[in-house]
Design a protein around this ligand. Structure first.
Ligand SMILES: *Cc1c(COP(=O)(O)O)cnc(C)c1O
Length: 393
């Protein structure tokens, strides 16, 4: 008899139901595959859910970060600061604009940008006449950064704020949803399949600033407008559009937007299950030599990731051995994140290992365990049993 292989458990995956499939098929049968009514419906549904005034759907969150940086006026001679504990896209958006990047090290408890490190770095930058134009705090794993403190510091020094909330749709800070309060000029979501909800590829910018909104709408589509208020001189005729900025084609399709609107219906259930799974991991892992993710009392995470750290004081097992042991058992964890400043591209810009020690220390022992809506209690028990077996061997 051959043993039936155990089903694979990835670290993240999407949930697509029959209603999602029907919503996409409806668009395929309609008149518009792109630039049609499904876009506005999706934007409205995210704006309503978060409490944001304006929402702009784009092709992915990387494009959203690029457009956001452009709309905030980032260009050559400027700099943008972000967290080293993030996906490279949070930093790359500055380089796309010809600007410089720098990083603010993380808080050792939340793994988010440290408020005290930010305060110190802003103070010395102000003395050197070297302040950034834009700050990109990243709500790592879905846990919001300390946005009131960050917003206060940025307003003191005249720095614009763009939240990278790729992990954090549905997360809450001091009782309000991320994107819904004016902590920042812009807030960005990602709808990649591993994120909380998906459109295949997709992203969105949220803002309360109508001027930024109008600029972003143009930048999403070549920098062109049909709005007489923005045209230079008089229009050539009723067919007329004018290109008044250098924009891109960063549009989302109606297929994707219809999927997004259908996914939004399930968002409260997605979030509830992720929160349940996180609480269950907290409980089931408490006796293992793992540091479970600490939560700041002002935050309610959306739990995109459940990132643990090896407690090296209590085990001699390495992160590599744990990673491989899980994979042998058909469980596929991930590591988030290799600190951005240690990537070869950023080493080429002059950053060095040791520059942001808290993020490097965190990374050395980090492992993201399976976390997604359709993970069953039995799947999660299998993950916990595998961790126990490896760590107690
Ligand atoms: C996923 C992710 C992005 C990029 O999102 P895409 O939609 O894949 O472009 C940016 N920042 C963070 C923190 C992410 O996790």
């Amino acid at each position: 008899m051959t043993a039936v292989p155990l089903p694979a458990i990835p670290y993240g995956r999407q949930t697509i139901d029959e209603a999602d499939i029907a919503a996409v098929i409806d668009v395929l049968r309609s008149d518009f595959l792109t630039q049609g009514p499904a876009i506005a419906r999706f934007e409205e549904s995210v704006a309503r859910f978060t409490g944001a005034k304006h929402a702009i759907a784009v092709s992915n969150a990387t494009a959203a970060l690029h457009l956001g940086a452009l709309a905030l006026g980032l260009g050559p001679g400027d700099s943008l600061w972000t967290s080293p504990n993030t996906f490279v896209a949070s930093a790359n958006c500055a380089l796309y604009c010809g600007a410089r990047v720098d990083f603010v090290d993380i808080d050792p408890l939340t793994y988010n940008m440290s408020v005290s490190a930010l305060a110190a770095k802003l103070e010395s930058a102000a003395q050197e006449g070297n302040l950034p134009k834009v700050l990109v705090p990243v709500h790592f794993s879905g846990q919001p950064c300390e946005m009131d403190q960050i917003a206060a510091l940025c307003s003191k020094y005249g720095v614009r704020v763009m939240e990278d909330a790729s992990h954090a749709i549905g997360a809450e800070y001091r009782g309000s949803k991320i994107g819904g309060r004016t902590h920042a000029d812009l807030c960005i979501f990602s709808f990649h399949p591993v994120k909380i909800l998906t459109t295949g590829e997709g992203g969105m910018l949220l803002t309360h600033d109508t001027e930024l909104y109008e600029k972003l709408i143009r930048l999403r589509s070549h920098g062109s407008t049909r709005d007489a208020r923005f045209m230079k001189g008089s229009a050539d005729g009723p067919w007329s559009y004018q290109q008044i900025d250098l924009g891109y084609n960063y549009r989302m399709t109606d297929l994707q937007a219809a999927l997004g609107t259908s996914q939004m219906e399930k968002l409260p259930a997605f979030l509830a299950r992720r929160r349940e799974l996180a609480a269950r991991y907290d409980r089931l892992l408490s006796s293992l030599p793992l540091i479970t993710p600490a939560q700041h009392p002002d935050t309610l995470s959306s739990w995109h990731l459940y990132a643990v750290r090896l407690d090296t004081k209590r085990t001699s097992i390495t992160r590599l051995a744990l990673y491989e042991g899980l994979r042998q058992r058909q469980i596929f964890p991930q590591v988030h994140y290799i600190p951005v400043h240690t990537q070869p591209w950023y080493q080429g810009l002059g950053f060095r290992p040791g520059d942001f020690p808290e993020s490097e220390h965190y990374y050395a022992g980090a492992l993201s365990l399976p976390m997604y809506y359709s993970l069953t209690d039995a799947d999660q028990d299998r993950v916990v049993a595998a961790l126990t077996e490896i760590l107690e061997s």
